[in-house]
Design a protein around this ligand. Structure first.
Ligand SMILES: Nc1ncnc2c1ncn2[C@@H]1O[C@H](COP(=O)(O)OP(=O)(O)O)[C@@H](O)[C@H]1O
Ligand SMILES: [Mg+2]
Length: 377
């Protein structure tokens, strides 16, 4: 007997981007029942197969029968909030050739805020849900490469060689550098040679676009590309900001890290206004290494009250735990090292927030109003 596969629902806007259908058409169909969709928080989520069915059926006004059962019944969506996540078995997602990866850069101009830890473990959490994930180590320290279980000094090819090749030939070729890491994720690794190459990028006329050009060809092969960065605002980070659609800013819940978050937000503003990447979005600020101390409480409140006015602050927080360093030492993700503990669960929650509650796919009031007016026209 063939095993049933579980399809993961996606936000309506993502479904529109993926299928190339106007968002408002899907929104309207979801509203009047022609498209089987489910409301989660302030947005609809749908199965891509339902969108395809809706499109094939010629957009006829039709409500799904109430008694959808057995073979044709759509799977129920995980009724999970960011706080309560239902762990899911690995679903087999069907690769969709039309779909391009969401490229997310994990960045903050301060060391030790949890960038590398977040890139690795968020990647693992998304992969656990069946998404195809590529990690990109854009830090010459190669911490992500090492954490993923790869000996950085032994690398024959890496991000560095792909960048060099691009600058010499203007031919993007990143596929040969991708390695299936021992942690089970695909990675473009890096080592210290990337630091020297960064100096060459500074004087190349195309220097800020290199990573964007390199990733273009592999975007259809993945659902998510997560870029880990070094703690600076130099040319490598600029590349990662130009290549990405979204950012996650890990914020070690301490006063100095608050400064770093503010700097990062200013930098994002510059990147947008300079039109290097005018659509760059902040998916969210992620509070990391959180303890119950008074200073952390104050920083968290400040972050939610002040930064939260302008950008999303993830509900999920990553608590401080020695298990992260232990997992790193063993070249494991927290999900494989302590799958049932809080740290693993927190990164699963973050993945869910990113999938179903990201500011990048949130309805704006204008969207809702337009959809309502369309519905009643
Ligand atoms: N939630 C956490 N609790 C405790 N230690 C953590 C946590 N997240 C990361 N670490 C540890 O802090 C150090 C710095 O984290 P890392 O992710 O490398 O930061 P960055 O990449 O921003 O410099 C590492 O030793 C890592 O194991
Ligand atoms: Mg790092």
């Amino acid at each position: 007997m063939q095993e049933k596969t579980f399809e993961v629902p996606v936000p309506l806007r993502q479904a529109a981007d993926t299928t190339g259908v106007q968002y408002h058409r899907l929104r309207k169909a979801a509203g009047d029942g022609r498209l089987a969709a489910q409301k989660m928080g302030n947005q609809y989520v749908v199965l891509l197969s339902d969108v395809q069915r809706f499109l094939q059926q010629g957009d006829r006004r039709r409500r799904p029968p109430d008694n959808l059962q057995g073979e044709t019944a759509p799977p129920t969506f995980p009724a999970s909030t960011p706080e309560k996540i239902v762990p899911q078995a690995k679903p087999a997602l069907k690769p969709d050739p039309l779909k391009l990866a969401r490229i997310i850069t994990i960045t903050a101009p301060k060391g030790g805020t949890g960038k590398t830890t977040t890139t690795l473990n968020l990647g693992a959490a998304l992969a656990e849900l069946g998404y195809r994930v590529l990690l990109v180590d854009c830090d010459p320290q190669g911490n992500l490469t090492l954490s993923a279980g790869i000996e950085a000094s032994q690398l024959k090819s890496s991000l560095d060689s792909a960048i060099k090749h691009y600058m010499a030939t203007y031919t993007p070729q990143i596929e040969p550098t991708i390695i299936k890491a021992p942690v089970g994720l695909d990675i473009v690794p890096s080592n210290i040679r990337l630091a020297g190459t960064a100096d060459e990028m500074l004087i190349n006329s195309q220097g800020v676009w290199v990573l964007q050009k390199l990733l273009r060809s592999v975007r259809p092969n993945y659902d998510f590309i997560l870029i880990d960065t070094l703690p600076s605002l130099g040319v490598l980070v600029k590349n990662a900001l130009v290549a990405a659609q979204e950012l996650i800013i890990p914020h070690e819940s301490e006063p100095l890290s608050t400064e770093a978050v503010a700097m990062m937000m200013k930098q994002v503003d510059i990147i947008r206004r300079s039109e290097l990447n005018s659509d760059l979005k902040i998916a969210g600020i992620l509070l990391t290494k959180v303890t119950k101390s008074k200073v952390h409480r104050e920083v968290i409140d400040f972050t939610r009250d002040e930064f939260g006015k302008h950008v999303r602050v993830f509900n999920t927080v990553i608590e401080r735990s020695v298990q992260f360093a232990e997992a790193q030492g063993l070249h494991k993700t927290i999900l494989s090292y302590k799958p049932k503990d809080k740290g693993a669960q927190a990164y699963r929650n973050l993945a869910q927030e990113l999938l179903y509650g990201s500011a990048a796919v949130k309805f704006s009031e204008a969207d809702e109003e337009l959809a309502m007016s369309e519905e009643h026209s």
